[in-house]
Design a protein around this ligand. Structure first.
Ligand code: 5GP
Ligand code: ZN
Length: 112
């Protein structure tokens, strides 16, 4: 499949990996929007948050478990934000489910 994040998950396109297991990959965003900005993706292709189903939703729980572990390892004691943009209005630019993890500065709310 011609999908950027499928290729990153497969190692066909290099990334700065933070953590990897059989089902997911965490890697640093190429255009960081905060001092800490990494992405967590399932290795299997899911197009976005609107394509989560009873059959594939277990990976979302696992992604959040790993985010909590990584936040601890990275010492994100000040807090962090998890964001998954879905669709045009949210500005999703890569149609493969991904969770941004942003930290290291005060994060404004509401988002733009
Ligand atoms: P979205 O806009 O879909 O919410 O998020 C996509 C994210 O992927 C953006 O923050 C963008 O900087 C990041 N990104 C796009 N292409 C690459 C790439 O080739 N490598 C990495 N590490 N991040 C990428
Ligand atoms: Zn994909």
């Amino acid at each position: 499949m011609d999908c950027l994040f499928c290729k990153i998950a497969a190692g066909e396109i290099p990334s700065k990996k933070l953590f990897e297991d059989d089902t997911l990959l965490a890697f640093y965003d190429i255009d960081p929007q905060a001092p800490v900005h990494f992405l967590v993706i399932p290795k299997t292709h899911i197009s976005g948050a609107d394509a989560i189903t009873p059959e594939n939703s277990a990976i979302v729980a696992h992604i959040y478990e790993v985010i909590a572990q990584l936040a601890g390892q990275l010492g994100l004691t000040g807090g962090f934000r998890v964001v998954s943009n879905c669709g045009a209005d949210a500005g999703q630019s890569v149609p493969h489910l991904h969770f941004h993890v942003l930290a290291g500065r005060s994060l404004a709310w509401p988002p733009g």
